[in-house]
Design a protein around this ligand. Structure first.
Ligand SMILES: Cc1cc2nc3c(=O)[nH]c(=O)nc-3n(C[C@H](O)[C@H](O)[C@H](O)COP(=O)(O)OP(=O)(O)OC[C@H]3O[C@@H](n4cnc5c(N)ncnc54)[C@H](O)[C@@H]3O)c2cc1C
Length: 471
């Protein structure tokens, strides 16, 4: 049970700002190391973007569409077996667009077979492509773009480029112009063993994580928005919430990196060189989603777990971001998602620009959401005939929604582009005791990236706290 902020102590070893998967993991690891940890979350619920909401008996998952197999090992090692045991594979991944329609288990073997048999690519070329992306690592050359990588292996094959790129664009907002290395790392993670989900839903995952945090002694406060990170003589001294200061030698911000620098700390505390680097950070795009609850007396046929649906003639990053895009994913949640809960829900997700939504007045905003739902139902009709008669709840989220609930700059869904990582990793050199965890750069975003980054940052904070204990 969260503690009311007024009952928090005045001092902790570490304060974690934000309860996204990165913040939750850092808090848990630090508590396991024996530190006194306070976790502060501005929303009334833990999880950050790993969240859900209930309407009329339906439960809608916001970001549970699929993650790589790596989550199994990560959850076992850094959370617990119970969490690990709920991870199951999604078997029916569907692509449907004017260039091809196919179903795949989305693992390396199946992809290789599809590329050979369906797209007529020489198996040696496919092998060479997989070898190249498998061996890409963080320290590689960052000048080659994903477009150049695809052209090298599959010249002029826009259909193959689409098959390889579309899922990754949805997974992290990257484009063909991003560094090939960011593609390679994510692709090899996803393609290895298929796409996985959490049986029981996001609510169950966060409940299990909360239990683990409480067991390890983390003090959890929801509805507590941090206004400022306090610093003195180049070190952090704590945080300020609604006029009250909580002292701590270490502060970990799971708020966005740009938010952390410009709003929570303030530019006065950083060197010009660091700020120049921070100014160059580009935040990733945001998302729109449409949530559809199927009437309790109605079921829908198996049409796939995750459908990459598009009416665009070719893959086009700009079209995917357009407010009127006809490209979207449909995540279909059958009763098997939450055993014992007999509902069907469908969540449509689209990439989206904050600017397209932020400037609308309330009436135009409302109408734009109605139009978004309408276009989504038109597209879904192709897979679920007479869908309009089958739903009893429909609702849309936009970049404004994501901004409101997470406070992220421009409602970004996947943090920042690649350059955010160096800034996040070096902030402690600017302000002693201040650390950042959260989606920065493609490899540190998504559920797996955020948890893994949480572990890395917890190790840094633990070393820091031990080093100051000795002084
Ligand atoms: C629509 C959508 C679909 C997605 N689908 C997938 C998917 O299928 N698979 C996948 O792996 N990933 C997916 N993601 C991405 C994934 O959800 C995120 O990368 C990951 O959950 C981010 O974790 P994080 O640690 O960076 O923190 P976040 O989830 O970004 O959380 C940050 C937290 O900090 C809190 N906070 C911020 N400022 C303050 C403050 N001042 N005081 C107190 N609290 C504060 C916020 O309220 C929030 O709870 C999706 C994201 C979106 C938006």
């Amino acid at each position: 049970m969260p503690t009311h902020f007024k009952y928090c102590k005045d001092r902790y070893d570490a304060v974690v700002i934000g309860s996204g998967l990165g913040g939750l993991t850092t808090a848990n690891r630090l508590a396991r190391c024996g530190h006194r940890v306070l976790l502060l979350e501005h929303h009334h619920r833990l999880g950050g973007l790993a969240t859900w909401f209930k309407r009329k008996g339906h439960i809608f998952d916001v970001s549970l569409h699929g993650f790589p197999y790596g989550m199994v090992k990560t959850c076992k090692k850094y959370w617990n077996r119970e969490i690990m045991n709920s991870i199951v594979q999604l078997r029916d991944i569907v692509f449907d667009n004017p260039q091809f329609s196919l179903k795949t288990t989305f693992d390396k073997q199946d992809f290789a077979a599809l590329l050979t048999n369906r797209f007529g690519i020489d198996p040696k070329r496919i092998e060479a492509f997989f070898r190249r992306v498998d061996t890409m690592n963080f320290y590689d050359d960052r000048t080659m773009t994903t477009r150049e990588l695809f052209e090298e292996f599959f010249p002029g094959r826009s259909d193959v480029h689409r098959l390889l790129m579309e899922p990754i664009t949805y997974a992290n907002g990257s484009t063909l112009e991003d560094p090939a290395i960011t593609y390679g790392i994510v692709f090899s993670n996803f393609m290895n063993r298929g796409v996985f989900t959490f049986q029981g839903g996001t609510d169950q995952l966060i409940a299990l994580m909360t239990r683990e945090l409480e067991k390890n002694g983390v003090t959890i406060c929801t509805g507590a928005r941090v206004d400022r990170i306090e610093t003195k003589n180049g070190r952090t001294t704590g945080v300020n919430v609604n006029g009250r200061t909580i002292g701590a030698p270490a502060v970990v911000s799971n708020s966005g990196i740009t938010n952390t620098i410009y709003n929570l700390v303030g530019t006065d505390c950083f060197t010009d060189e660091f700020l120049e680097q921070a100014d160059r950070i580009r935040v990733n795009n945001s998302s729109c989603q449409v949530y559809l609850g199927i009437r309790p007396d109605t079921s829908i046929e198996m049409i796939g777990d995750l459908i990459f649906s598009s009416r665009s003639p070719v893959f086009d990053s700009a079209e995917l971001l357009d407010v009127n895009t006809r490209s979207k994913t449909f995540s279909v949640y059958y009763p098997k998602t939450r055993p014992g809960h007999d509902r069907y829900t469908i969540v449509a997700s689209m990439n989206s620009r904050y600017e397209d939504w932020s400037k609308l007045d309330e009436e135009h905003y409302r109408l734009a959401k109605v139009a978004l739902i309408d276009r989504t139902l038109d597209d879904l009709e192709r897979y679920v005939p007479e869908i309009r008669a089958k739903i009893d709840w429909q609702e849309a989220a936009t970049p404004r929604t994501f901004n409101r609930y997470t406070l992220h700059t421009r409602g970004t869904s996947f943090g920042t582009k690649f350059e955010g990582l160096d800034v996040s990793r070096s902030i402690f050199k600017q302000i002693g005791g201040l650390f950042h965890v959260g989606s920065v750069g493609i490899i540190m975003s998504g559920w797996l990236g955020a948890i893994n980054y949480g572990v890395i940052v917890a190790n840094d904070v633990d070393s820091y706290l031990r080093s100051i204990e000795k002084v």
